[in-house]
Design a binder for this molecule. Sequence first.
Ligand SMILES: [Zn+2]
Length: 322
Amino acid sequence: MQDWVEFAAVKRAVSLEAVLRHYQVPGLRRQRSQLEGGCPIHRGKRDDSFRASLSKNVFHCFACQARGNVLDFVAAMEKCSLREAALRLQEWFGIPEPMAGRVAGPRPAPASIGKVELVREKEGCNPPLPFALTGVDPAHPYLWHRGIDRATAIAFGLGFYTGPGLMSGRIVIPIRNERGEIVAYAGRALDGQLPKYKLPAGFRKALELFNLHRAAATDRKTVIVVEGYFDCLRIHQAGLPWVAALMGSSLSAEQENALLQRFHRVVLMLDGDAAGRAASRAIAARLSGRCSLAVVQVPDGAQPDQLSLTAIQELLGELEMR
Ligand SMILES: [Zn+2]
């Protein structure tokens, strides 16, 4: 069924500011109710061509001449139609879809729906971010506390971010696609704030494996698969860079394909709790017969990132890593 979308309702429900935040647009300066900065659409060098009025919810770029409302902005960023932009906003921000046959909003005749030309973006990938966050502090005490040394933090581009946007005040972790392009930042909260990890709306975690591009570049036939970013960072730091993280405890079909295309052998090293063990069994069952497989028993109640580097090396060292 074709989804029906009410443009006006979406425009009312979502502010331009919220959309800019979800795109993690950095470097925008606020002057009263206006934001000014580099244009995230044409990605030019000038840092003042883009203006957004937060009171009017409109934007304008003096360099590329892009202008309009939230729908135009999303359409320009996603290279999609206005209709597709509205559907995405509806989904990202959880705006309820108007009900068919509702008294207040009669459905247009099928003929006029048919006139809306859909220009769908290629499904199945997260578009690369048009920027990288700058001024990220790789020497933040939180990283030290989690056992991440400065060299690892710098190599992965992680650190504490104080700039504007959704990631402000969090440890930011760049997530790169298989080509090494940044497709999102994950923001780890400090001081127990919720959510523990923030990801931009619309980002599809199931399409990526954290650190896949580095693991693949090692040219090993084996890959170690873990749950979390920090598990991955610690194992990399222990001298085993052929490691990738699921960013959760389930393996999506896309992640499965990505692993099987590149590696002959998967070493599963999920958390040592009930959920981790169950996930490990489920994933092992799926991969069984499709690649060589080993399952590492992480001690009860522990996560790989909590183990000493020596313990990681001992657990993994027994397995042949070709
Ligand atoms: Zn522009």
